[in-house]
Write a protein that binds this ligand. Structure first.
Ligand SMILES: [Zn+2]
Length: 197
């Protein structure tokens, strides 16, 4: 969020976006909301959620409700970023590159051949075993009992996951900018300055 939007939003505006983004991972957002996180192969639901939050952002800006606009756009950024952390997009993209691949900042986050690719998958949450993954001392054990298509095995949520995390991170930063540009293209200069102030 800071890399993508830190130069565009005021500190208070950015803080509101980040709070809404992080809020999607609270306990209420963890169960029954695959669309927030692109979990369990919920691609269509994730894309629909992005479209819904984009529309809510624009509606709020048009009526001058800046807090609501920031909440909706903050939620949108979470889902847009989780796409890269929870799917095999990075693997598919790397598989199409020459060896050695370009550096992580070169990743195209919206490769037209990949967004609707039939090989696109996202990690499945196998509860209750998946819960063990989130307790650090049990992480290795969780990985040993969970299938390869689980969230535990597939996620690129942190730098611990290795070099592919760098690709997911840069894709998420670039996608966040693209999402912002989409909103910017649909609002007036006055709405833009109120949104970012
Ligand atoms: Zn998430």
């Amino acid at each position: 969020m800071r890399e993508a939007l830190g130069e565009i939003f005021s500190p208070a505006g950015l803080a509101a976006l980040i709070a809404a983004n992080l809020g999607q991972d609270d306990l209420r957002g963890q169960f029954g909301h695959d669309e927030y996180h692109f979990d369990n192969n919920a691609f269509d639901q994730g894309y629909a959620y992005l479209a819904e939050q984009r529309q809510l952002t624009l509606d709020a800006l048009h009526r001058g409700d800046i807090p609501a606009a920031r909440t909706a756009f903050g939620r949108l950024t979470h889902t847009a970023q989780d796409f890269y952390a929870h799917s095999n997009y990075v693997d598919l993209w790397l598989a199409r590159q020459a060896d050695p691949p370009p550096s992580a900042p070169a990743i195209d986050p919206v490769d037209p051949g990949l967004i609707g690719n039939p090989g696109l998958r996202s990690g499945k949450l196998y509860y209750p075993q998946e819960a063990l993954y989130f307790f650090r001392p049990l992480r290795e054990f969780a990985l040993s009992i969970l299938p390869r298509d689980s969230h535990a095995h597939m996620n690129l949520d942190s730098a611990e996951r290795g070099l592919r995390f760098e690709y997911a991170f840069h894709a998420a930063v670039k996608r966040t900018v693209i999402e912002f540009e989409q909103v910017r293209a649909a609002i007036s200069a006055a709405e833009l300055s109120a949104f970012t102030a």
